[in-house]
Design a protein around this ligand. Structure first.
Ligand SMILES: [Mg+2]
Length: 117
């Protein structure tokens, strides 16, 4: 997603928030908490389901899953806004860092942590 799209989404979220006078609640701690809660709501959809049930739920509850993903992204964008983090730059930098920690010749096909490669 181009960063201009992320900027536009963030502007929409800010407009939505400010129209409701919710900025007062959007401190980094509570935004991080809300982000975690929304991630848990996504996990709850799959909780206790076996792989076959998960496959069925992915198609049956696609709208619900999409909404939880949107909630997660919304709080992440709002948190980045409050902390002045450029999400595209931050993710790009982390990919580079992880590429150094997980060289392809050692990490390919394994889920081992970098210190166990
Ligand atoms: Mg939700």
């Amino acid at each position: 997603m181009p960063s201009s799209s992320l900027s536009q989404l963030t502007e929409k979220l800010i407009a939505f928030r400010d129209a409701r006078d919710w900025k007062q609640f959007h401190n980094p701690k509570d935004l991080a908490t809300a982000l975690s809660i929304e991630a848990s709501e996504l996990q709850e959809i799959f909780l206790w389901k076996n792989p076959k049930e998960v496959a069925a739920i992915v198609s049956k509850k696609q709208t619900h899953i999409k909404e939880e993903v949107a909630d997660i992204a919304s709080f992440l964008l709002l948190l980045c806004h409050e902390l002045e983090i450029d999400l595209v730059e931050a993710v790009s930098a982390k990919i580079e860092k992880n590429a150094a920690k997980y060289p392809v010749d050692k990490a390919k096909g394994t889920h081992a942590k970098y210190n166990e490669l």
